[in-house]
Design a protein around this ligand. Structure first.
Ligand SMILES: *[C@@H]1O[C@H](CO)[C@@H](O)[C@H](O)[C@H]1NC(C)=O
Ligand SMILES: *[C@@H]1O[C@H](CO)[C@@H](O)[C@H](O)[C@H]1NC(C)=O
Ligand SMILES: *[C@@H]1O[C@H](CO)[C@@H](O)[C@H](O)[C@H]1NC(C)=O
Ligand SMILES: *[C@@H]1O[C@H](CO)[C@@H](O)[C@H](O)[C@H]1NC(C)=O
Ligand SMILES: [Cu+2]
Length: 676
């Protein structure tokens, strides 16, 4: 039944609009387009020419667009047709032998413009290939084979996974990885079946195990109740979800031109970067009253994701991951499944990133774009007029750009949702598996000391941890020069008898002058945070602006000088504002693997720069403290968080006042007969 419906749906799409992926560039490259397959190959060729792999060990750790200066991009954008001759450059981080090289490559001139060696602390993003090599090592390492046998386990059923090691104050650092192993028997749910008690450290330069210890023999949690594949489950299934159809007889409401999209009143560019994942650029909204497009966001992406676990023991203390800087958010993106990850009306995009040897790696269905129906945009029922009932309702159609980043056990669903009302919702949802620590306990009552997590199943502790995502939001509210206004709400007491009330609240608005005053811990007192353009006012005299509607705030619970917190110091505040600086992209630093916190947002803002009427970047931390519970096991239902950027005195009035609801069309009868 399900498959016949899917067929019916598919044939509809073939009929009404193309269901294929957009891979190549349809027009001249936009200056912010991700590197194409051919450009990545060109980078590989040029670097190999300088450092032949016959005489050097060479590995590519980052290959991405070295985006042109913002002023140049804005000039290019404002000149129609786009005649500005804009350079096209790649930024590359490569290990040549063991030195970290930063190369700037001109893709038009086919030449290496600069080649510098990074001598500071920290290492580049890991390649997927070196992780793959590292996790093979234990399987051929005799002490490990013995440990497995001693536990009565079959080495053929062991699979391993690589974990970054963090930094804990030591003077010298070497590139390395910890490896942990799991049992894969009937079930593929490996992360809940750890072989705990084995410490393995791999030296990545030598690609060999340099430290090995077998410290304990906790049982591997059993395979009961851990399966998540529908094909491997027994009925009953439920609750039943009923069939549905999506049908856009006029085709989708958006137009694509390469990676640029225009939809409703919005237009923007969708980029991809092997470190950042999906990037949104040059978003502007058409103002029906002013008859022109107005700038909102120059660039937005997730700059870092910090996931510190909270078990201080020998086996777990090091687990303080930086998923963007260490593992690459973009290269950890996974192919989306049509009809499941994205609805039937979605359009898919492919992406390329560079593998370890520089060869372009193809990622099909890397992100999707679709229109979402079903919410209310605005409404009113007026029943206060005798003998008359007025009811005006407008359906909302919004546009979503979706990608999924899967770093090991966790899946991060990243949505950018654009609304005709001018709002941008930045959604994050978590799913996937908990990281499980194997213990001897089968019931909570047996546990005597802190296990640093919740017993989510027999012998299985879901360890406490946090997820802190930090967004880089280079807002350009109706132009580049902006200010940051903090409006505090405060109680006023009436003591002079002028009112029957004893109190009320009012506001106190202040333009924040410097970076240090713009660091904000949310939730301590009520306030509104607005990025305004002080040079543009509405007819009523208000500064045009966009307001930040935050998610519930999470504040770090580690002490400020704890090593992971020094490295993840961008979580010390929920909101930061900096003046635009092209090199300040990565909130945890450019070199995050074993970083020492020397290149974080917290360090940059110590300059305490002036942020009044300047080109500003808003940094926002979406955080959650995760106390695992049994429902998170064996796979966690989506947990959603996020924020909203919402116009505030940006428009003269409700910008969707004159927006009509989409027409409802009847499902074609030829298909409806197949629906049962
Ligand atoms: C050098 O790299 C190229 C491109 O990846 C590959 O085809 C070739 O086999 C490599 N040669 C050596 C000696 O590793
Ligand atoms: C554009 O600039 C490049 C150098 O960056 C130059 O080689 C090329 O001739 C220029 N093209 C035009 C049409 O001016
Ligand atoms: C170990 O597992 C492999 C693959 O599942 C199987 O072929 C083999 O017989 C097993 N060995 C033992 C000793 O059970
Ligand atoms: C940009 O930021 C980097 C890193 O914080 C700094 O070294 C550089 O001086 C800054 N440039 C300007 C123009 O402020
Ligand atoms: Cu979690």
């Amino acid at each position: 039944m399900a498959s016949s419906l899917r067929l019916a749906l598919l044939s509809l799409f073939i009929l009404f609009f193309s269901f294929h992926s957009v891979s190549g560039l349809l027009t001249l490259p936009h200056p912010l387009d991700p590197l194409s397959k051919e450009e990545i190959t060109l980078v590989q060729t040029l670097v190999l020419k300088k450092y032949p792999n016959s005489t050097h060990t060479l590995s590519f750790h980052y290959v991405g667009l070295d985006d042109p200066d913002k002023a140049t991009v804005l000039k290019w954008e404002s000149t129609k047709p786009h005649t500005v001759n804009i350079s096209r450059r790649a930024f590359v981080i490569a290990l040549v032998d063991t030195a970290i090289h930063e190369l700037s490559i001109d893709l038009k001139l086919h030449s290496i413009l600069s080649d510098n060696v990074h001598t500071g602390n920290g290492f580049p993003t890991l390649t997927i290939d070196e992780q793959t090599d590292a996790i093979e090592l234990p399987l051929k390492y005799s002490p490990f084979i013995e440990s497995v046998q001693k536990r009565g386990l079959n080495i053929s059923n062991v699979v391993c996974s690589a974990f970054t090691i963090g930094w804990y104050g030591q003077e010298k650092s070497k590139r390395g990885l910890r490896v942990e192993c799991f049992m894969k028997e009937e079930s593929v749910n490996i992360y809940v079946r750890p072989i705990n008690g084995i410490l393995i450290l791999v030296d990545l330069d030598q690609m060999k195990i340099v430290f090995y210890r077998d410290v304990s023999k906790e049982p591997v949690p059993s395979e009961d109740n851990i399966e998540y594949r529908a094909s491997h489950m027994e009925p009953p299934f439920g609750p039943k979800q009923y069939s549905y159809g999506t049908f856009q007889p006029e085709g989708p409401g958006f137009k694509l031109d390469g990676h640029s999209i225009s939809w409703a009143n919005w237009k923007f560019h969708i980029g991809y970067d092997e470190r950042a994942g999906v990037t949104i650029s040059l978003a502007s909204i058409y103002d029906l009253d002013m008859h022109k497009s107005r700038k909102v966001l120059y660039r937005g992406y997730i700059s870092e994701l910090f996931v510190p676990y909270q078990d201080p023991t020998e086996e777990w203390y090091y687990k303080t991951f930086f998923d963007a800087g260490e593992f690459g958010f973009g290269q950890s993106m996974v192919s989306l499944e049509p009809l499941r990850d994205c609805p039937p009306n979605a359009q898919f995009f492919d992406a390329y990133y560079a593998g370890r040897d520089g060869t372009p790696q193809y990622l099909a269905n890397a992100f999707c774009v679709f229109e979402q129906y079903g919410n209310i945009m605005w409404r009113h029922t007026e029943s206060g007029i005798p003998n008359e009932e007025i009811r005006e309702v407008r359906t909302e159609v919004s546009l979503i750009v979706r990608s999924v980043v899967t770093v090991g056990n966790y899946d991060n669903i990243i949505d950018w949702e654009f609304k005709p009302s001018g709002s941008i919702k930045l959604g994050i949802a978590l799913s996937g598996m908990l990281e499980i620590k194997a213990v001897e306990y089968e019931h909570k009552d047996e546990i005597k000391e802190d296990q640093h997590g919740t017993l989510v199943s027999a012998n299985s502790i879901g360890v406490y941890h946090d997820h802190y995502y930090i967004y880089h939001l280079d807002l350009d509210i109706d132009g580049e020069e902006n200010s940051f206004v903090k409006t505090d709400m405060k109680t006023v007491k009436v003591t002079d008898g002028s009112s029957k009330r004893k109190s009320y609240w009012t506001i106190d608005s202040n333009t924040v002058k410097t970076e240090s005053d713009a660091r904000i811990r949310l939730g301590t007192s009520p306030s509104e945070l607005v990025v305004v353009n002080p040079n543009k006012k509405t007819n009523a005299g208000n500064d045009v602006g966009y307001r930040l509607i935050p998610s519930p705030a999470a504040h770090p619970l580690l002490v400020e000088d704890d090593y992971p917190q020094v490295r993840g110091a961008f979580t010390n505040y929920n909101v930061w504002v900096t003046p635009y600086n092209r090199t300040e992209k990565w909130a945890g630093g450019l070199y995050v693997d074993q970083s020492r916190g020397e290149d974080t947002l917290a360090v940059w803002t110590k300059k305490n720069r002036d942020i009044v009427n300047k080109d500003l970047v808003l940094w926002y931390v979406v955080g959650i403290h995760h106390v695992p519970c049994q429902e998170d096991f064996p796979v966690m239902p989506l947990l959603s968080i996020g924020l909203e950027l919402r116009p505030t005195n940006f428009f003269e009035r409700n910008p969707v006042l004159r927006t009509l609801s989409p027409k409802h069309v009847k499902w074609p009868t030829t298909c409806s007969s197949k629906q049962n």
